[in-house]
Write a protein that binds this ligand. Sequence first.
Ligand code: NDP
Ligand code: 2IT
Length: 449
Amino acid sequence: MPHSNDQRLADFMQGLVLRNPDEPYFHQAVYEVANSILPFIADKPKYRKARILERLTEPDRIIVFRVCWEDDQGNIQTNRGFRVQHSNAIGPYKGGLRFHHDVSIGLFKFLAFEQTFKNSLTGLPMGGGKGGSNFSLQGKSDREVMRFCQSFMTELARHIGPDTDVPAGDIGVGAREVSYLFGQYKRLVNQFTGVLTGKSLEFGGSLVRTEATGYGAVYFLQDMLTVKKQGLDGRIAAVSGSGNVAQYAIEKLLHNNAKVVTASDSSGFIYDPHGFDTERLEFLKELKNVKRGRINEYAETFGCEFHPGQRPWQVPCDFALPCATQNELSAEDAKTLISNGCIAVSEGANMPTELAGIDLFHEANVMFAPSKAANAGGVAVSGLEMSQNSMRQSWERDELDQRLRKIMQKIHDKCREHGENGVTIDYVKGANIAGFIKVADAMLAYGVM
Ligand code: NDP
Ligand code: 2IT
């Protein structure tokens, strides 16, 4: 008796959970992929016999290390550093670093696993990795951040390299942190190489990298809307987060005359019925990137509502763009968005929607762009930064933006090709299958390893 897809998935997940206890984010990310891949490979013995999915759910290696540094009062502080090198089947390990108090091996395993599929979707030669530390930036002086970054890199440097593993930013790691990390790497190995991306323009950074993730998530949204002969003009968007991804998602939505009425941070969200304009967006960027302040200051300045401890999904909107963090959009939130008439979701953050929320969006025919496709623009322009570094050249802004636009469109089209279900498109399935094929075929070619 052949097993049903449900039985295969249950068996697969049972083994995975047993081997990786207490790692719910990793279980969630793998479940979403396995749910697409197991039916896809059911009639493809080459992938099944080679146990590709089993091998892909075991990272190549995980590095965990101590990071000691001295704070401004002269106290010795100890943090933990992580790097999950998930797969280098199609290129050097590539993926961001996250500095946040609430991190774990399971979190980085989920992020690195997702990154492998995402990077494959970009069409560029990049494998998947992710890392970071439980170091929290809140309340830290600039000098403390510098000392932490230097200590963190002193250990990480031995594990990375421009053809080995190329980290970048993520939550809590922006231009300032990447600069400190790059400076320390350069000093340790006495080489000026493209070992990190998201660098500043003066020392090998790429134009459009800062904007790329947020812009890319909106480009993907536009491509989904175009299939349905719809557009952004005059429609309402709810965005969560107020960091790098949120800021540039808002900017691109404004370029296209959409009205953005929300933003958030870990303290709550603001609802601005007037909508963001250039002045308000500049205020947000200054508040978050320079003053490093809290989102309620936006509400105080522009006289709008601040909802402490809440997320923006109760606000009626046409589009939702979760751009803060994982599992920030629950099944309840999805129900609320659907009943308020939301027609499309584009995930700027990594895995922001809970599995049950995704199911509800699919049932309600809400266009749903999963993170590994929708936010791939950031790592795609990181890939272009690596190319420019190798060539010792820098491309113009227009060229990079056009390349980003084209990459996002190709990702959209690949997801469509593998996810078309009659009248609707299952972008989750499409992204998983399209991302899987390239990595799986490379693994088959290498034999057993
Ligand atoms: P930033 O550090 O620039 O901004 C993060 C934002 O999310 C802040 O507003 C932060 O608020 C908020 N946030 C963080 N943790 C929580 C939480 N637990 N609850 C509520 N809000 C929270 O990071 P990015 O904008 O770079 O990253 C945002 C998301 O996008 C992440 O999921 C990241 O993995 C993903 N991503 C980023 C890419 C990039 O190029 N930067 C590329 C692809 C995906 P607060 O300041 O209060 O902590
Ligand atoms: O999640 C992500 O794709 C990132 N944080 C960006 C990774 C990168 O290498 O640019």
